[in-house]
Each structure stands twice: as structure tokens, then as C-alpha cells.
Ligand binder design. Structure first.
Ligand SMILES: NC(=O)c1ccc[n+]([C@@H]2O[C@H](COP(=O)([O-])OP(=O)(O)OC[C@H]3O[C@@H](n4cnc5c(N)ncnc54)[C@H](O)[C@@H]3O)[C@@H](O)[C@H]2O)c1
Length: 415
């Protein structure tokens, strides 16, 4: 026993020394990444490293443990790099996550004059838009607030027109800006107005739902629903800056909070096993939210950076969405977006990953079964814009933290 303990002590001391050496190298790489603007995360390389290094282990039984060990080391290194490069800012220095940051919106968004239209909706506590407006005004800009009716049913051409009218009537020009303060509905619609007004003016996003903070606020997708089809008219228009104030989530309905968490579960399941574990084990969500938001954005940013126009890798973000969209549409309002994605993920999750996903969904009162007839879903998917011919590309997860694309015929969908 004593001999073994001595061996462990020796190894731990050596590892501390090697860790310091490793982090020195990580530091140099961080500086090179900062200089070149390369993203901190390189998921493909990480996967390859973990696979190759664990292969080198003679004792096969130890490989899963070693893979976990490597994942933690890589994750710590990425956190260190992110801190070194961005401080409290996210990659691209365009995302700021900070409790109470909306009251410093003027300074943080860097708006120093001109006209600003703050767009919000009737369900968002008015004090958030007022706080943002006052802060921007204090920096010398002339600010007006445009409030549209809340809800997905209002993410339509009428609300979009309403925003455009405010811009035209307010005499906005190319150098002015739009700031969204609200959930994904406001963000998508205000972003689309900013993308199209005078062929595109500056857009800033201040998301106030968990779904919009972890997902819809970055990625550049803007849209409105039209002729009964969700997000059918839209444009890619990246926000100049995103301000995330986790404190705004305190007024959010718990159902809406969990709805947003479904997207975080999706990201953890496909590409960040540790994020998944944080959500799985969380004993107090509000405490863990800043960390969850940061990890989701890191993940989404790395995926979007490598595929800004959604032609390849970015489709991983559609895990659970193929059937999820159909459930959302056919459920006629019964299920929110994240709830539909929760149900959708279970169709394409296998093995132990499926069990873990179902368990975590139940933990957060997200649905794991529904009673919409399969024929109805199939009919919707056949007409969905993402299907090309009768083929469809789906994302499968059989091990938490990794995924595979598979192109199948619509008839092969496991409905
Ligand atoms: N652009 C993208 O990449 C992307 C990604 C995912 C989803 N989306 C879109 O996002 C939309 C869904 O977004 P959502 O879930 O945020 O819904 P939402 O914007 O409708 O917000 C949900 C409800 O919460 C209210 N609300 C917002 N912030 C609040 C706060 N802090 N306190 C209290 N109430 C608040 C809203 O008024 C609304 O009634 C969909 O239209 C979807 O298509 C876009």
C-alpha cells in the first residue's frame, strides 16, 4: 500500500509539473490564435486527438476513462485560452455575458450617436427595453422604442412592416442601428428588418429568453414566418454585438426557461459531453446558467464559424429538428420550439445516449412522448424546405458529445 501511495504521489507531482508545461504551450497557441483570429475550438481536431491518444493505451479497459481524462484536459485548456483571449468577452469579441449588463448597453454596444430603434415585444418586461434605451441615449444617440405584439403568431409580415414603418418614419439612414430586446421572435424579426432596410443597417441583439441567449442570438439567421410557413422569408445578417444579461431570465416563465434548455441539451448531446453533464447534474439551474450559456455559445460559434451559410457541419445544430419542426407545426401550438426539439431528438438518439437524453428531458419537465399521428408528421416533413427529393439528412447521436450525419429516404424515418 505504502509503495503504491508513493507511486501515486510521485505521478501527481509529475503531472502538476507537466500541467504547467502544457498550459504554457496552450498560452502560446492562444496568442497565435488571437493574432490570426482563429477560433479557440477545433472540434474535428479534438475528436481526432482523443481517438488517437486513447488508442495508444495498452490496457483497453482503461480507454474510456482516459478519453474522459483527455476531454477534461482539453476543456480546461479551452477555458484558459478563452479567458486569455477574450477576458469576459466571448470569441469574436462580439458577445458579452454579464449579469446586469443591459444597464451599460450604450457603453458596451459602442453606440455614440445617430438614431437607434429598440425593438421589443409586449411580453418582455418593458423595463428591459427602457433600461437599454436610457443607457444608449446617455451616450448621445437618439432612441425610439418599437413594441410589437408578443408570440410566434406575430412573427409575421405585419409586425415586420410595423418595424420598417418606424424606421422610415423616424428618418433612419444607413449609419443608424436596430437593437433587439427580447426572445427569438423579436431577434429574428428585428434582425430581418435591419438586414433589409436600406439593404442592411447595423444590428445589435440583446436576447432575454434562454432559447435566444443560447441559440438564436448568434449565427446570423433572421426571418419571419409567411403564408403559414415558419422562417420562410429571411436573410443572413450577423449582429455587430450581442449582450447577454442572465439576470433577465429571472422574469421568464419556467416553461420558457426549460424550453431554452432543450437547445442546450441538444448542443451538449452532439458536441460537448461536459455541458451535457453540467445540465444532467445541476442542483440549481440559475447558478449554472452563465456557465451553460457560455459553453453553448462557444459551441455554436465554433460550428457557425466553420460553416456560416449552413452548407455542411452547421447542420449538426439541426439534431432533433427534422421531426421537431413537424411536431411543432402539427401540434398546433401544443409544443414550444424547444419542447418539439426534445421530442425530435429521441427519434435519432440511440443506445445509452438515448437513455441519458430522455432522463435529462424528464428532469426539466420537457416532453418525451406525444400523440401526433406519424402520417401527419411524415406529410409535413415531405413538404418541408429541408428535404431534397425524397432524401433527408438527419443527425444521429449514439454517444453523448458526438454525432453522425446520415442521408436517408423520408420513408425510412423512424416515426
Ligand atoms: N435565428 C435563429 O438561429 C433561431 C434559432 C432558434 C430559434 N429561433 C426562433 O426563435 C423563436 C423562439 O424564440 P423564444 O423561445 O425566445 O420565444 P419568444 O421570443 O416568443 O419569447 C417567449 C415569450 O417570452 C417573453 N419574454 C421574452 N423575454 C422575457 C423575459 N426576460 N421575461 C419574461 N418574459 C419574456 C416573450 O414576450 C414571449 O412571450 C422562434 O421564432 C424560432 O424560429 C431562431
Amino acid at each position: 500500500m505504502t509503495e503504491e501511495r508513493r507511486t501515486i504521489d510521485f505521478i501527481d507531482t509529475e503531472m502538476a509539473r507537466l500541467f504547467e508545461q502544457r498550459m504554457k504551450a496552450v498560452e502560446s497557441i492562444a496568442m497565435a490564435k488571437k493574432a490570426s483570429g482563429a477560433p479557440v475550438e477545433d472540434l474535428k481536431r479534438e475528436k481526432e486527438i482523443i481517438a488517437a491518444r486513447s488508442e495508444a493505451l495498452g490496457n483497453q479497459a482503461l480507454r474510456p476513462y482516459y478519453r474522459d481524462f483527455l476531454r477534461s484536459v482539453i476543456s480546461v485548456s479551452k477555458d484558459y485560452q478563452t479567458d486569455l483571449i477574450y477576458g469576459d468577452k466571448m470569441p469574436g469579441s462580439d458577445i458579452i455575458i454579464e449579469n446586469g449588463c443591459i444597464s451599460r448597453a450604450g457603453e458596451l454596444l459602442g453606440i455614440s450617436g445617430g438614431k437607434v430603434l429598440v425593438v421589443t415585444d409586449t411580453g418582455v418586461p418593458a423595463r428591459y427595453a427602457n433600461t437599454v434605451a436610457a443607457s444608449i441615449e446617455s451616450k448621445g444617440a437618439s432612441v425610439s422604442i418599437c413594441t410589437v405584439p408578443q408570440g410566434e403568431a406575430n412573427k409575421n409580415i405585419q409586425s415586420y412592416t410595423h418595424i420598417l414603418e418606424a424606421l422610415v418614419e423616424g428618418g433612419f439612414t444607413r449609419t443608424d442601428a436596430v437593437v433587439a430586446v427580447g426572445g427569438g421572435v423579436v431577434g429574428d424579426m428585428a434582425g430581418f428588418a435591419a438586414a433589409t432596410f436600406m439593404r442592411g443597417i447595423r444590428f445589435f441583439n440583446i436576447p432575454t429568453t434562454l432559447l435566444s441567449q443560447v441559440d438564436s442570438s448568434i449565427g446570423g439567421k433572421t426571418a419571419i414566418d409567411f403564408a403559414g410557413v415558419k422562417n420562410i422569408v429571411g436573410a443572413f445578417h450577423f449582429p455587430s454585438k450581442v449582450l447577454i444579461d442572465p439576470q433577465t431570465l429571472s422574469t421568464l416563465d419556467p416553461r420558457q426557461l426549460h424550453n431554452g434548455l432543450a437547445e442546450a441539451i441538444k448542443m451538449g448531446a452532439t458536441g460537448d459531453a461536459e455541458l451535457f453533464e453540467i445540465i444532467e447534474k445541476s442542483a440549481g439551474l440559475s447558478q449554472d446558467l452563465p456557465q451553460i450559456i457560455r459553453r453553448c455559445l462557444n459551441y455554436k460559434k465554433s460550428v457557425v464559424d466553420s460553416d456560416p451559410r449552413e452548407s455542411g457541419l452547421r447542420r449538426v445544430l439541426n439534431f432533433g429538428h427534422t421531426v421537431g419542426h413537424a411536431i411543432e407545426a402539427c401540434g398546433a401550438g401544443q409544443y414550444l420550439h424547444g419542447e418539439s426539439v426534445s421530442l425530435g431528438m429521441l427519434y435519432f438518439a440511440g443506445g445509452d445516449a438515448r437513455r441519458r437524453i430522455a432522463t435529462v428531458l424528464e428532469k426539466y419537465d420537457l416532453p418525451v412522448s406525444h400523440n401526433i399521428p406519424a402520417e401527419k408528421l411524415l406529410d409535413f416533413i415531405s413538404h418541408d424546405k429541408k428535404a431534397s427529393g425524397d432524401k433527408i439528412t438527419v443527425v444521429r447521436v449514439t454517444e453523448i458529445g458526438s454525432f453522425a450525419f446520415e442521408t436517408i429516404s423520408i420513408k425510412e424515418l423512424p416515426l
